[in-house]
Write a new protein. Structure first.
Length: 551
Protein backbone atom coordinates (compact mmCIF):
# COMPACT_ATOMS: atom_id res chain seq x y z
CA UNK A 1 0.00 0.00 0.00
CA UNK A 2 1.21 3.57 -0.72
CA UNK A 3 1.46 4.97 2.83
CA UNK A 4 2.05 8.49 1.59
CA UNK A 5 -1.22 8.55 -0.31
CA UNK A 6 -3.08 7.22 2.70
CA UNK A 7 -1.63 10.01 4.85
CA UNK A 8 -2.67 12.61 2.28
CA UNK A 9 -6.16 11.16 2.06
CA UNK A 10 -6.56 11.23 5.85
CA UNK A 11 -5.24 14.82 6.07
CA UNK A 12 -7.60 16.09 3.38
CA UNK A 13 -10.56 14.21 4.83
CA UNK A 14 -9.85 15.59 8.31
CA UNK A 15 -9.59 19.10 6.87
CA UNK A 16 -12.98 18.75 5.20
CA UNK A 17 -14.48 17.49 8.46
CA UNK A 18 -13.07 20.48 10.36
CA UNK A 19 -14.45 22.91 7.78
CA UNK A 20 -17.87 21.28 7.94
CA UNK A 21 -17.98 21.36 11.75
CA UNK A 22 -16.86 25.00 11.75
CA UNK A 23 -19.59 25.86 9.27
CA UNK A 24 -22.14 24.09 11.44
CA UNK A 25 -21.03 26.01 14.55
CA UNK A 26 -21.12 29.32 12.70
CA UNK A 27 -24.57 28.87 11.16
CA UNK A 28 -26.30 26.98 13.95
CA UNK A 29 -27.15 30.08 16.05
CA UNK A 30 -29.33 31.58 13.33
CA UNK A 31 -31.34 28.34 13.25
CA UNK A 32 -31.56 27.88 17.00
CA UNK A 33 -32.50 31.39 17.93
CA UNK A 34 -36.08 30.99 16.69
CA UNK A 35 -36.71 27.83 18.72
CA UNK A 36 -34.92 29.14 21.81
CA UNK A 37 -36.47 32.57 21.80
CA UNK A 38 -39.11 31.72 24.39
CA UNK A 39 -36.66 29.89 26.65
CA UNK A 40 -34.39 32.85 27.40
CA UNK A 41 -34.78 34.64 30.76
CA UNK A 42 -35.87 38.28 30.76
CA UNK A 43 -33.26 40.78 29.65
CA UNK A 44 -33.33 42.55 33.01
CA UNK A 45 -31.70 39.52 34.65
CA UNK A 46 -28.18 40.59 33.81
CA UNK A 47 -25.20 39.23 35.75
CA UNK A 48 -25.11 41.10 39.06
CA UNK A 49 -21.73 42.79 39.49
CA UNK A 50 -20.16 43.37 42.90
CA UNK A 51 -20.20 47.10 42.24
CA UNK A 52 -23.98 47.27 42.48
CA UNK A 53 -27.26 45.48 41.96
CA UNK A 54 -29.18 47.92 39.79
CA UNK A 55 -30.60 46.18 36.70
CA UNK A 56 -30.01 47.65 33.27
CA UNK A 57 -32.97 49.16 31.43
CA UNK A 58 -34.92 46.64 29.35
CA UNK A 59 -34.23 47.08 25.64
CA UNK A 60 -37.22 47.96 23.48
CA UNK A 61 -37.68 48.61 19.80
CA UNK A 62 -39.02 52.15 19.45
CA UNK A 63 -40.08 54.07 16.39
CA UNK A 64 -37.76 56.89 15.31
CA UNK A 65 -40.52 58.66 13.42
CA UNK A 66 -41.37 61.00 16.30
CA UNK A 67 -37.87 62.40 16.73
CA UNK A 68 -35.20 63.88 14.53
CA UNK A 69 -32.03 61.83 14.30
CA UNK A 70 -28.57 63.39 14.56
CA UNK A 71 -26.28 63.06 11.55
CA UNK A 72 -22.46 63.03 11.82
CA UNK A 73 -20.04 63.02 8.88
CA UNK A 74 -16.26 62.61 9.08
CA UNK A 75 -13.64 61.71 6.49
CA UNK A 76 -13.95 57.96 7.22
CA UNK A 77 -17.42 57.40 8.64
CA UNK A 78 -21.03 58.49 8.65
CA UNK A 79 -22.94 58.03 11.91
CA UNK A 80 -26.57 58.42 12.93
CA UNK A 81 -27.27 59.14 16.60
CA UNK A 82 -30.67 58.62 18.19
CA UNK A 83 -31.54 61.41 20.68
CA UNK A 84 -33.19 58.68 22.76
CA UNK A 85 -30.21 57.51 24.76
CA UNK A 86 -27.68 59.20 22.51
CA UNK A 87 -27.16 55.76 20.96
CA UNK A 88 -25.27 55.20 17.73
CA UNK A 89 -27.86 53.42 15.60
CA UNK A 90 -26.03 53.59 12.28
CA UNK A 91 -22.34 53.57 11.48
CA UNK A 92 -21.24 53.54 7.83
CA UNK A 93 -17.54 53.08 7.02
CA UNK A 94 -17.26 55.16 3.86
CA UNK A 95 -13.77 53.88 2.97
CA UNK A 96 -15.11 50.32 2.77
CA UNK A 97 -17.79 49.13 0.37
CA UNK A 98 -20.69 46.86 1.23
CA UNK A 99 -20.19 43.15 0.57
CA UNK A 100 -23.37 42.56 -1.41
CA UNK A 101 -23.89 46.04 -2.91
CA UNK A 102 -20.61 47.74 -3.79
CA UNK A 103 -22.45 50.93 -4.69
CA UNK A 104 -22.92 51.76 -1.02
CA UNK A 105 -20.58 51.97 1.95
CA UNK A 106 -20.24 49.17 4.47
CA UNK A 107 -22.71 49.42 7.36
CA UNK A 108 -21.16 48.19 10.61
CA UNK A 109 -24.19 49.30 12.63
CA UNK A 110 -27.67 49.89 11.38
CA UNK A 111 -30.95 48.22 10.40
CA UNK A 112 -29.30 45.34 8.49
CA UNK A 113 -28.61 43.51 11.75
CA UNK A 114 -30.24 45.98 14.15
CA UNK A 115 -26.77 46.70 15.48
CA UNK A 116 -26.16 49.71 17.74
CA UNK A 117 -23.91 51.06 20.51
CA UNK A 118 -25.55 52.26 23.72
CA UNK A 119 -24.43 53.76 26.99
CA UNK A 120 -25.95 55.33 30.08
CA UNK A 121 -25.99 55.62 33.86
CA UNK A 122 -27.69 53.56 36.55
CA UNK A 123 -27.68 53.96 40.31
CA UNK A 124 -25.71 51.57 42.46
CA UNK A 125 -29.03 50.42 43.89
CA UNK A 126 -32.36 50.67 42.13
CA UNK A 127 -34.13 52.03 45.25
CA UNK A 128 -31.75 54.99 45.78
CA UNK A 129 -33.72 57.42 43.64
CA UNK A 130 -35.27 58.04 40.24
CA UNK A 131 -33.68 56.64 37.11
CA UNK A 132 -30.58 58.39 35.81
CA UNK A 133 -30.23 59.29 32.12
CA UNK A 134 -29.71 56.02 30.26
CA UNK A 135 -30.19 54.60 26.75
CA UNK A 136 -33.98 55.01 27.12
CA UNK A 137 -33.83 58.71 28.06
CA UNK A 138 -34.63 61.46 25.56
CA UNK A 139 -31.63 63.82 25.29
CA UNK A 140 -31.68 67.38 24.02
CA UNK A 141 -29.28 67.90 21.13
CA UNK A 142 -27.41 71.12 20.41
CA UNK A 143 -27.71 70.46 16.66
CA UNK A 144 -28.99 67.84 14.23
CA UNK A 145 -26.06 67.77 11.79
CA UNK A 146 -22.33 67.70 12.42
CA UNK A 147 -19.63 67.70 9.72
CA UNK A 148 -15.90 67.42 10.27
CA UNK A 149 -14.68 70.52 8.46
CA UNK A 150 -11.35 70.92 6.67
CA UNK A 151 -8.62 71.68 9.18
CA UNK A 152 -10.55 70.18 12.11
CA UNK A 153 -9.08 67.19 13.95
CA UNK A 154 -12.34 66.22 15.66
CA UNK A 155 -16.03 67.00 15.94
CA UNK A 156 -18.08 66.65 19.15
CA UNK A 157 -21.78 65.88 19.45
CA UNK A 158 -23.25 67.28 22.67
CA UNK A 159 -26.44 65.88 24.26
CA UNK A 160 -28.06 66.82 27.59
CA UNK A 161 -30.60 65.19 29.90
CA UNK A 162 -31.60 65.32 33.56
CA UNK A 163 -33.12 62.97 36.14
CA UNK A 164 -36.21 63.79 38.18
CA UNK A 165 -34.10 64.71 41.23
CA UNK A 166 -31.85 67.18 39.40
CA UNK A 167 -28.89 65.06 38.26
CA UNK A 168 -27.79 66.55 34.94
CA UNK A 169 -25.79 64.57 32.37
CA UNK A 170 -24.04 66.00 29.33
CA UNK A 171 -23.13 63.22 26.93
CA UNK A 172 -20.45 63.98 24.36
CA UNK A 173 -19.56 61.75 21.42
CA UNK A 174 -16.25 62.84 19.92
CA UNK A 175 -15.32 61.73 16.39
CA UNK A 176 -11.73 62.03 15.13
CA UNK A 177 -10.22 62.67 11.72
CA UNK A 178 -8.82 59.59 10.00
CA UNK A 179 -9.83 57.31 12.84
CA UNK A 180 -12.56 54.86 13.78
CA UNK A 181 -12.44 55.64 17.50
CA UNK A 182 -15.32 57.53 19.13
CA UNK A 183 -14.88 58.93 22.63
CA UNK A 184 -18.04 58.36 24.69
CA UNK A 185 -17.96 60.92 27.51
CA UNK A 186 -20.46 61.50 30.34
CA UNK A 187 -20.25 64.73 32.39
CA UNK A 188 -22.33 64.19 35.53
CA UNK A 189 -23.49 67.17 37.63
CA UNK A 190 -25.10 66.20 40.94
CA UNK A 191 -27.81 68.74 41.69
CA UNK A 192 -29.93 66.33 43.72
CA UNK A 193 -28.87 67.45 47.18
CA UNK A 194 -27.83 63.87 48.04
CA UNK A 195 -24.58 61.95 47.45
CA UNK A 196 -24.80 60.12 44.14
CA UNK A 197 -23.51 56.53 43.84
CA UNK A 198 -23.78 55.46 40.22
CA UNK A 199 -22.44 53.15 37.55
CA UNK A 200 -21.82 53.78 33.87
CA UNK A 201 -22.62 51.04 31.38
CA UNK A 202 -21.65 50.55 27.73
CA UNK A 203 -23.15 47.89 25.49
CA UNK A 204 -23.27 46.66 21.90
CA UNK A 205 -26.36 45.13 20.30
CA UNK A 206 -27.04 43.08 17.16
CA UNK A 207 -29.06 40.10 15.96
CA UNK A 208 -27.66 36.59 15.65
CA UNK A 209 -27.58 36.36 11.87
CA UNK A 210 -24.24 36.03 10.08
CA UNK A 211 -23.38 38.97 7.80
CA UNK A 212 -23.77 38.80 4.04
CA UNK A 213 -20.89 37.26 2.13
CA UNK A 214 -20.19 34.38 4.54
CA UNK A 215 -18.77 31.41 2.65
CA UNK A 216 -19.82 27.83 3.28
CA UNK A 217 -16.27 26.45 3.04
CA UNK A 218 -14.63 29.38 4.83
CA UNK A 219 -16.71 30.13 7.95
CA UNK A 220 -15.72 32.94 10.30
CA UNK A 221 -16.90 33.93 13.77
CA UNK A 222 -19.74 36.39 14.33
CA UNK A 223 -20.79 37.37 17.84
CA UNK A 224 -19.75 38.85 21.19
CA UNK A 225 -16.24 38.52 22.54
CA UNK A 226 -14.53 39.56 25.76
CA UNK A 227 -10.83 39.91 26.45
CA UNK A 228 -9.01 40.12 29.79
CA UNK A 229 -5.36 39.57 30.63
CA UNK A 230 -6.31 36.68 32.91
CA UNK A 231 -8.69 34.79 30.59
CA UNK A 232 -7.47 36.13 27.25
CA UNK A 233 -9.77 36.07 24.23
CA UNK A 234 -13.24 34.59 24.76
CA UNK A 235 -15.54 34.17 21.75
CA UNK A 236 -19.15 33.68 22.82
CA UNK A 237 -21.41 31.80 20.43
CA UNK A 238 -25.00 32.98 20.06
CA UNK A 239 -26.11 29.37 20.58
CA UNK A 240 -24.37 29.28 23.98
CA UNK A 241 -26.18 32.47 24.99
CA UNK A 242 -29.48 30.89 23.93
CA UNK A 243 -28.80 27.90 26.20
CA UNK A 244 -27.48 30.00 29.11
CA UNK A 245 -24.13 28.25 28.70
CA UNK A 246 -22.03 31.28 27.79
CA UNK A 247 -18.70 31.27 29.62
CA UNK A 248 -16.72 34.49 30.03
CA UNK A 249 -14.94 36.54 32.72
CA UNK A 250 -17.32 38.74 34.71
CA UNK A 251 -14.96 40.87 36.82
CA UNK A 252 -11.69 42.53 35.85
CA UNK A 253 -9.78 45.81 35.86
CA UNK A 254 -8.61 45.41 32.27
CA UNK A 255 -9.78 44.22 28.86
CA UNK A 256 -12.61 45.06 26.50
CA UNK A 257 -15.97 43.87 25.15
CA UNK A 258 -16.73 43.62 21.43
CA UNK A 259 -19.10 42.49 18.71
CA UNK A 260 -17.01 40.73 16.07
CA UNK A 261 -17.74 39.83 12.48
CA UNK A 262 -15.60 38.96 9.47
CA UNK A 263 -13.10 41.79 8.83
CA UNK A 264 -14.76 44.30 11.22
CA UNK A 265 -15.27 44.89 14.94
CA UNK A 266 -17.06 47.23 17.33
CA UNK A 267 -15.52 47.37 20.81
CA UNK A 268 -15.71 49.38 24.01
CA UNK A 269 -12.15 49.70 25.33
CA UNK A 270 -11.93 51.11 28.89
CA UNK A 271 -8.53 52.24 30.16
CA UNK A 272 -6.37 49.78 32.08
CA UNK A 273 -6.95 49.73 35.83
CA UNK A 274 -10.63 50.74 35.69
CA UNK A 275 -12.79 48.15 37.54
CA UNK A 276 -15.51 46.67 35.35
CA UNK A 277 -18.02 43.84 35.18
CA UNK A 278 -18.91 42.17 31.88
CA UNK A 279 -22.29 40.83 30.82
CA UNK A 280 -23.72 39.05 27.78
CA UNK A 281 -27.37 38.11 27.24
CA UNK A 282 -30.20 37.66 24.80
CA UNK A 283 -32.98 40.24 24.56
CA UNK A 284 -36.52 39.99 23.30
CA UNK A 285 -36.96 39.95 19.53
CA UNK A 286 -33.85 37.92 18.72
CA UNK A 287 -31.36 40.62 19.77
CA UNK A 288 -28.18 40.04 21.75
CA UNK A 289 -26.19 42.48 23.83
CA UNK A 290 -22.71 42.42 25.29
CA UNK A 291 -21.42 45.14 27.55
CA UNK A 292 -19.70 46.26 30.69
CA UNK A 293 -20.49 48.21 33.83
CA UNK A 294 -17.99 50.34 35.69
CA UNK A 295 -18.50 51.94 39.12
CA UNK A 296 -18.13 55.69 39.53
CA UNK A 297 -16.84 57.45 42.65
CA UNK A 298 -19.52 58.92 44.91
CA UNK A 299 -20.38 62.42 43.69
CA UNK A 300 -21.23 64.84 46.48
CA UNK A 301 -24.11 67.35 46.12
CA UNK A 302 -23.13 70.27 43.90
CA UNK A 303 -20.08 68.43 42.55
CA UNK A 304 -19.36 67.03 39.08
CA UNK A 305 -17.51 64.05 37.62
CA UNK A 306 -16.56 63.07 34.05
CA UNK A 307 -16.09 59.51 32.82
CA UNK A 308 -15.00 58.48 29.33
CA UNK A 309 -14.61 55.19 27.48
CA UNK A 310 -13.62 54.94 23.78
CA UNK A 311 -15.67 53.01 21.24
CA UNK A 312 -13.87 51.54 18.24
CA UNK A 313 -15.99 50.73 15.22
CA UNK A 314 -14.03 49.85 12.11
CA UNK A 315 -11.88 47.36 10.18
CA UNK A 316 -9.69 44.75 11.84
CA UNK A 317 -6.36 46.39 10.98
CA UNK A 318 -3.90 44.70 13.31
CA UNK A 319 -1.36 47.48 13.81
CA UNK A 320 -4.05 50.07 14.62
CA UNK A 321 -5.91 47.69 16.92
CA UNK A 322 -2.72 47.06 18.91
CA UNK A 323 -2.37 50.79 19.54
CA UNK A 324 -5.97 51.21 20.72
CA UNK A 325 -6.12 48.59 23.47
CA UNK A 326 -3.98 45.66 24.65
CA UNK A 327 -5.15 42.44 23.04
CA UNK A 328 -7.63 44.06 20.65
CA UNK A 329 -5.65 42.78 17.67
CA UNK A 330 -6.57 39.17 18.57
CA UNK A 331 -9.99 39.70 16.96
CA UNK A 332 -8.02 39.00 13.78
CA UNK A 333 -8.28 35.37 14.76
CA UNK A 334 -5.66 33.05 13.26
CA UNK A 335 -6.50 30.32 15.77
CA UNK A 336 -3.87 28.09 17.33
CA UNK A 337 -1.40 28.84 14.53
CA UNK A 338 -1.15 32.56 15.25
CA UNK A 339 2.54 32.17 16.08
CA UNK A 340 3.11 31.23 12.42
CA UNK A 341 0.32 33.27 10.83
CA UNK A 342 1.34 36.68 12.20
CA UNK A 343 4.89 36.56 10.74
CA UNK A 344 3.42 35.34 7.44
CA UNK A 345 1.07 38.32 7.32
CA UNK A 346 3.96 40.68 8.15
CA UNK A 347 5.91 39.29 5.17
CA UNK A 348 2.83 39.49 2.93
CA UNK A 349 2.29 43.12 3.90
CA UNK A 350 5.98 43.89 3.29
CA UNK A 351 5.76 42.39 -0.20
CA UNK A 352 2.61 44.40 -0.91
CA UNK A 353 4.42 47.64 -0.11
CA UNK A 354 6.79 46.96 -3.01
CA UNK A 355 4.45 45.24 -5.47
CA UNK A 356 1.37 47.41 -4.75
CA UNK A 357 -0.95 44.50 -5.55
CA UNK A 358 -2.15 41.92 -3.05
CA UNK A 359 -2.43 39.25 -5.74
CA UNK A 360 1.20 39.72 -6.73
CA UNK A 361 2.14 39.74 -3.04
CA UNK A 362 0.39 36.37 -2.61
CA UNK A 363 2.31 34.95 -5.59
CA UNK A 364 5.61 36.30 -4.26
CA UNK A 365 4.92 34.88 -0.79
CA UNK A 366 4.06 31.50 -2.33
CA UNK A 367 7.36 31.46 -4.20
CA UNK A 368 9.23 32.47 -1.05
CA UNK A 369 7.63 29.69 1.01
CA UNK A 370 8.33 27.22 -1.78
CA UNK A 371 12.00 28.21 -1.74
CA UNK A 372 12.21 27.82 2.04
CA UNK A 373 10.75 24.32 1.86
CA UNK A 374 12.59 23.39 -1.32
CA UNK A 375 14.89 20.81 0.36
CA UNK A 376 11.95 19.12 2.09
CA UNK A 377 9.87 19.11 -1.08
CA UNK A 378 12.80 17.75 -3.05
CA UNK A 379 13.18 14.88 -0.61
CA UNK A 380 9.47 14.13 -0.92
CA UNK A 381 9.51 14.19 -4.71
CA UNK A 382 12.66 12.05 -4.87
CA UNK A 383 10.89 9.44 -2.78
CA UNK A 384 7.90 9.62 -5.10
CA UNK A 385 10.14 9.40 -8.16
CA UNK A 386 11.74 6.25 -6.79
CA UNK A 387 8.30 4.81 -6.18
CA UNK A 388 7.37 5.64 -9.76
CA UNK A 389 10.49 3.88 -11.07
CA UNK A 390 9.74 0.67 -9.17
CA UNK A 391 6.01 0.79 -10.00
CA UNK A 392 6.36 -1.89 -12.74
CA UNK A 393 8.10 -4.20 -10.25
CA UNK A 394 5.30 -3.62 -7.74
CA UNK A 395 2.78 -4.53 -10.42
CA UNK A 396 4.63 -7.78 -11.12
CA UNK A 397 4.56 -8.60 -7.39
CA UNK A 398 0.81 -8.08 -7.38
CA UNK A 399 0.41 -10.41 -10.34
CA UNK A 400 2.73 -12.96 -8.73
CA UNK A 401 1.08 -13.15 -5.31
CA UNK A 402 -2.48 -12.38 -6.36
CA UNK A 403 -4.75 -11.95 -3.33
CA UNK A 404 -2.18 -13.16 -0.79
CA UNK A 405 -1.68 -9.74 0.81
CA UNK A 406 0.65 -10.98 3.54
CA UNK A 407 3.19 -12.38 1.07
CA UNK A 408 2.75 -9.40 -1.22
CA UNK A 409 3.44 -6.91 1.58
CA UNK A 410 6.50 -8.91 2.64
CA UNK A 411 7.78 -8.90 -0.93
CA UNK A 412 7.14 -5.15 -1.20
CA UNK A 413 9.18 -4.50 1.95
CA UNK A 414 12.02 -6.57 0.52
CA UNK A 415 11.84 -4.59 -2.72
CA UNK A 416 11.90 -1.27 -0.84
CA UNK A 417 14.94 -2.51 1.11
CA UNK A 418 16.74 -3.61 -2.05
CA UNK A 419 15.99 -0.36 -3.89
CA UNK A 420 16.78 1.69 -0.75
CA UNK A 421 13.32 3.30 -0.72
CA UNK A 422 11.61 4.55 2.42
CA UNK A 423 7.85 4.34 1.76
CA UNK A 424 7.33 7.04 4.40
CA UNK A 425 10.06 9.24 2.93
CA UNK A 426 7.56 11.56 1.27
CA UNK A 427 5.36 11.93 4.35
CA UNK A 428 7.53 13.89 6.79
CA UNK A 429 8.12 16.87 4.48
CA UNK A 430 4.38 17.14 3.93
CA UNK A 431 3.60 16.92 7.67
CA UNK A 432 6.15 19.65 8.42
CA UNK A 433 4.61 21.99 5.85
CA UNK A 434 0.98 21.47 6.83
CA UNK A 435 1.00 24.00 9.75
CA UNK A 436 2.46 26.66 7.45
CA UNK A 437 -0.15 26.01 4.78
CA UNK A 438 -3.01 26.14 7.30
CA UNK A 439 -1.62 29.34 8.87
CA UNK A 440 -1.38 30.99 5.47
CA UNK A 441 -4.95 29.85 4.75
CA UNK A 442 -6.16 31.81 7.79
CA UNK A 443 -4.00 34.82 6.94
CA UNK A 444 -5.57 35.08 3.49
CA UNK A 445 -9.05 34.44 4.89
CA UNK A 446 -8.95 36.83 7.86
CA UNK A 447 -6.97 39.88 6.69
CA UNK A 448 -9.22 42.86 5.97
CA UNK A 449 -6.49 44.30 3.77
CA UNK A 450 -7.40 41.71 1.12
CA UNK A 451 -11.12 42.49 1.32
CA UNK A 452 -12.28 43.78 -2.09
CA UNK A 453 -8.64 43.96 -3.21
CA UNK A 454 -8.46 43.51 -7.01
CA UNK A 455 -5.96 41.36 -8.88
CA UNK A 456 -6.06 41.42 -12.67
CA UNK A 457 -8.65 40.67 -15.31
CA UNK A 458 -11.87 39.23 -13.95
CA UNK A 459 -10.67 39.05 -10.31
CA UNK A 460 -12.00 42.22 -8.67
CA UNK A 461 -12.02 40.92 -5.09
CA UNK A 462 -9.43 38.48 -3.75
CA UNK A 463 -11.56 37.86 -0.65
CA UNK A 464 -14.58 36.70 -2.68
CA UNK A 465 -15.18 33.67 -4.86
CA UNK A 466 -13.93 33.75 -8.45
CA UNK A 467 -17.03 35.02 -10.32
CA UNK A 468 -16.32 32.82 -13.35
CA UNK A 469 -14.64 29.94 -11.44
CA UNK A 470 -11.62 30.06 -13.73
CA UNK A 471 -9.04 29.82 -10.94
CA UNK A 472 -10.79 26.84 -9.29
CA UNK A 473 -10.99 25.08 -12.67
CA UNK A 474 -7.26 25.65 -13.24
CA UNK A 475 -6.65 24.47 -9.69
CA UNK A 476 -8.48 21.22 -10.44
CA UNK A 477 -6.42 20.73 -13.62
CA UNK A 478 -3.20 21.25 -11.67
CA UNK A 479 -4.25 18.67 -9.09
CA UNK A 480 -4.99 16.19 -11.89
CA UNK A 481 -1.54 16.78 -13.43
CA UNK A 482 0.08 16.20 -10.04
CA UNK A 483 -1.78 12.90 -9.73
CA UNK A 484 -0.53 11.80 -13.15
CA UNK A 485 3.06 12.58 -12.11
CA UNK A 486 2.74 10.35 -9.06
CA UNK A 487 3.37 6.59 -9.26
CA UNK A 488 0.24 4.56 -9.95
CA UNK A 489 -0.79 2.43 -6.95
CA UNK A 490 -0.72 -1.34 -7.62
CA UNK A 491 -4.20 -1.67 -6.12
CA UNK A 492 -6.74 -0.81 -8.90
CA UNK A 493 -9.33 0.43 -6.38
CA UNK A 494 -6.80 2.75 -4.79
CA UNK A 495 -5.70 3.89 -8.24
CA UNK A 496 -9.28 4.86 -9.11
CA UNK A 497 -9.71 6.69 -5.81
CA UNK A 498 -6.54 8.69 -6.42
CA UNK A 499 -7.78 9.69 -9.88
CA UNK A 500 -11.10 10.86 -8.45
CA UNK A 501 -9.55 12.84 -5.58
CA UNK A 502 -8.50 15.89 -7.70
CA UNK A 503 -12.10 16.37 -8.75
CA UNK A 504 -13.57 15.59 -5.33
CA UNK A 505 -11.27 17.98 -3.48
CA UNK A 506 -11.17 20.43 -6.36
CA UNK A 507 -14.88 21.13 -5.95
CA UNK A 508 -14.35 22.80 -2.56
CA UNK A 509 -12.04 25.37 -4.16
CA UNK A 510 -15.04 26.72 -6.06
CA UNK A 511 -16.28 28.06 -2.72
CA UNK A 512 -12.97 29.50 -1.49
CA UNK A 513 -11.92 33.16 -1.79
CA UNK A 514 -9.97 33.85 -4.99
CA UNK A 515 -6.86 34.80 -2.99
CA UNK A 516 -6.72 31.35 -1.39
CA UNK A 517 -7.22 29.60 -4.72
CA UNK A 518 -4.51 31.79 -6.27
CA UNK A 519 -2.07 30.72 -3.57
CA UNK A 520 -2.82 27.00 -4.03
CA UNK A 521 -2.73 27.26 -7.83
CA UNK A 522 0.69 28.92 -7.83
CA UNK A 523 1.94 26.45 -5.23
CA UNK A 524 0.73 23.54 -7.35
CA UNK A 525 2.34 24.92 -10.52
CA UNK A 526 5.67 25.26 -8.71
CA UNK A 527 5.26 21.78 -7.23
CA UNK A 528 4.52 20.30 -10.65
CA UNK A 529 7.63 21.93 -12.11
CA UNK A 530 9.80 20.70 -9.25
CA UNK A 531 8.31 17.22 -9.25
CA UNK A 532 8.60 16.86 -13.04
CA UNK A 533 12.25 17.91 -13.01
CA UNK A 534 13.18 15.54 -10.17
CA UNK A 535 11.25 12.65 -11.72
CA UNK A 536 12.91 13.26 -15.11
CA UNK A 537 16.37 13.21 -13.53
CA UNK A 538 15.63 10.08 -11.48
CA UNK A 539 14.18 8.20 -14.45
CA UNK A 540 17.10 9.24 -16.65
CA UNK A 541 19.53 8.00 -14.00
CA UNK A 542 17.63 4.73 -13.72
CA UNK A 543 17.77 4.33 -17.50
CA UNK A 544 21.53 4.75 -17.58
CA UNK A 545 21.90 2.25 -14.74
CA UNK A 546 19.84 -0.23 -16.69
CA UNK A 547 21.97 0.17 -19.82
CA UNK A 548 25.17 -0.28 -17.79
CA UNK A 549 23.77 -3.44 -16.26
CA UNK A 550 23.00 -4.89 -19.72
CA UNK A 551 26.57 -4.24 -20.84
Amino acid sequence: MDIRRLVLFVVFSFSLLMLWEAWQREHRPAVLQQSAQNEVPPAANVPTPSVGDAPLPQEQQESAASREMIDVQTDVMHAVIDPVGGSITELDLIKHLDTADTKRSFMLMGPDHRASAQSGLIRQSANQGPALPNHKTLYRAAAQKYILADGQDSVSVSLEASSADGVKVIKNLVFHRGGYQIDVRHEIHNGSGQPLAAQAYYQLLRDGVSPAGSMMMAPTFTGPSIYTEQDHYKKIAFSDIDKNKASYPQQADNGWVAMVQHYFVAAFTPPQGMPRSYYVEKLDGGLYRAGLKTPLPVIEPGKSFTTEIPLYGGPQEQEKLQEISPGLDVVVDYGWLSVIAKPLFAVLKFLHEYLNNWGLAIIALTVLIKLIFFPLSAASYKSMAKMRVVAPKLQKLKEQFGDDRAKMNQAMMELYKTEKINPLGGCLPIVVQIPVFIALYWVLLSSVELRQAPFYGWIHDLSAEDPFYILPALMMVSMFIQTKLNPTPPDPVQAKVMMIMPFAFGVMFFFFPAGLVLYWLVNNILSIAQQWQITRIMEAGQGKSGESAKR
